[in-house]
Design a protein around this ligand. Sequence first.
Ligand SMILES: NC(=O)c1ccc[n+]([C@@H]2O[C@H](COP(=O)([O-])OP(=O)(O)OC[C@H]3O[C@@H](n4cnc5c(N)ncnc54)[C@H](O)[C@@H]3O)[C@@H](O)[C@H]2O)c1
Length: 382
Amino acid sequence: MAKKPLRVGMIGYGFMGRAHTNAYKQVGQFFPSQHEVVLKAACARNEGEIKKFAAQWGYESVETDWKKLIARPDIDVIDICTPNNLHKEIALAAAAAGKMILCEKPLAMNTAEGKEMVAAVEKAKVANMVWYNYRRIPAVTLAKKLIEEGRLGRVFHYRAKFLQDWTIKADLPQGGQGLWRLDVAAAGSGVSGDLLAHCIDTSIWLNGRLDSVCAMTETFVKERMHNLTGKVEKVGIDDACTFMGRYANGSLANFESTRYARGHKAAYTFEINGENMSIYWDLHDLHRLQIFDYKDEGKIRGWKSIHVTDNSPDHPYMANWWVPGLAIGYDASFTHQVADFIAGLESGTPQGPTFRDALETQAVLDAVLDSAKQQKWVDVAK
Ligand SMILES: NC(=O)c1ccc[n+]([C@@H]2O[C@H](COP(=O)([O-])OP(=O)(O)OC[C@H]3O[C@@H](n4cnc5c(N)ncnc54)[C@H](O)[C@@H]3O)[C@@H](O)[C@H]2O)c1
């Protein structure tokens, strides 16, 4: 039977443009479905660069104006891989044109924008998803399974960190290609929206709603040369953000993120402590899930490290890859996300995180920044 084409129009060809395209190319081989992903068009403002990208990665055509891409009748899904300040405008236009939307995280610059985006996709009834890809690293998905099986018992603590060190140099400029993350006008916020957004999404998925937060932020380098204006300008992003919080299930939250932790590049870790079991995961060792099971027999009780590579259904996604014991990588989380998106289209049950799911993370981010500003506890808006 002929497969149904899923014709992708991707906007942006940077880090995520490459990660997503790699996933589109892999998904049909490793997760066959009734759909066939077609790399229809890639879009960016620089014609020479986007043509080079399209030729290298196998896109059929290019556009230099995302509005033209959205207007094309031969595109089914718009993939938003641009800096955060463009997510809303592109998503609203894509929804109005009846396109499905895959949007990079964070969903928006803030909750108000996010709400408009949710309203737009729900009004247009278009399939939508946000690329919080860490949910689909097999060890993280296994953690979800263990929690759903009730193995942890009552949960007391959830703590997460996401540490980097690439903005320590005070003469690093802000803004423009490659450095938009330091420019508040393009990014909306600093490490909170960029890094903690991932930690918050995973935590809500694993441990439920965050009710209230108390945060502090710091901007260590207060002024940087702006690449777009050529002038030294105030830095508006948070360089570091730490917060504590309370979950609806009564457990306590402890989160930290910074780009000033010398020696750390992408040190995302989380730990959950329940009455019967603790779980620990580390992105630098992404295939392992560390667990301590209090129900183990006393004399052999201790932390164990599960190498999540078995091809039985016990280890999520792994049956579609290699033989047991062999690892897959960071890139596969994106392949899993596309596979699940397609599975959602075929089953009629949308797979998360949808725009609506991602709005919850946005509300936590707003509360975190508000709390840091006011120097007091803030309830997360419902
Ligand atoms: N899921 C994840 O783990 C993850 C990781 C990194 C980035 N992100 C998110 O992905 C998005 C992009 O980040 P990135 O690291 O790929 O950035 P990047 O700087 O590598 O790429 C951004 C791309 O957007 C393009 N662009 C900018 N303005 C445009 C416009 N007006 N029209 C068309 N194209 C335009 C640029 O040319 C560039 O190709 C951000 O929202 C970021 O938060 C998510």
